[in-house]
Design a protein around this ligand. Structure first.
Ligand code: COA
Length: 188
């Protein structure tokens, strides 16, 4: 089966946790964990590796992550709705990619519309390049065109992924390269 993007689903728990453990080893667990501080009107969320090993918590994490697409879901004030998808090769979780539906001032400056990560053992096989192309079509369906995609100046792998998908560099702000990616006609 070719690479695909899927919604969070408890059936991939074991593979997701393997990927999370790999990312944790390089200090990048935040890409697959989900932690939101408690604030007025929002109870907080803490889906860390330790907790996600519990199948019930994992199922709740999947429901919560999918609900982040829905504007009626309570979330921290600084968050916007988004689409959170997992990158699968066969039934193995190789990474994660997300699309923020709108840009706050911080996202416009730093975070961008789309973020992604591939587990270390699956890198340099083209997964992120294809995943970004697939997510570009999701963005286009939502009327987001072009999409802002950013990466650190020294993140050559991510820069390659963005440029392969047709990202056009606008500028560098505080060490972040800011690319605008046409989504209606992805090139990868
Ligand atoms: C960035 C990241 C998602 C790329 O995932 P990936 O699946 O390995 O990406 P791809 O295989 O599609 O493409 C990576 C390309 O960069 C190249 N590359 C990797 N490291 C490189 C380096 N240090 N210098 C130059 N090129 C590099 C690879 O060779 C590959 O190009 P190739 O196909 O011509 O060989 C992955 O490295 C990652 O998860 N990093 C940690 C999280 C992160 O940085 N996320 C992005 C935040 S903006």
């Amino acid at each position: 089966m070719p690479l695909r993007l899927v919604e969070p689903d408890p059936r991939y728990q074991a593979s997701y946790l393997d990927a999370l453990r790999e990312l944790k080893e390089e200090g990048n667990e935040h890409y697959l964990e989900l932690v939101m501080p408690e604030e007025h009107g929002f109870a907080g969320a803490s889906y860390t590796l330790d907790r996600l090993t519990d199948p019930d918590v994992f199922a709740e994490f999947c429901r919560f992550t999918k609900a982040l697409e829905d504007p009626s879901t309570p979330m921290p004030a600084a968050w916007v709705t988004g689409t959170y998808l997992w990158i699968l090769d066969d039934d193995t979780v190789v990474g994660r990619i997300s699309l923020r539906h709108e840009l706050t001032p911080w996202l416009r400056e730093v975070g961008g519309h789309i973020g992604y990560a591939v587990r270390p053992s699956a890198r340099n096989q083209g997964y992120a390049t294809v995943a970004l192309a697939l997510m570009a079509t999701v963005a286009a369906d939502r009327g987001i065109d072009p999409a802002l995609v950013t990466c650190d100046e020294d993140n050559l792998a991510s820069r390659t992924v963005i440029e392969r998908n047709g990202g056009v560099l606008e500028d560098v702000r505080n060490g972040k390269l800011r690319f605008w990616l046409p989504t209606a006609t992805p090139t990868a």
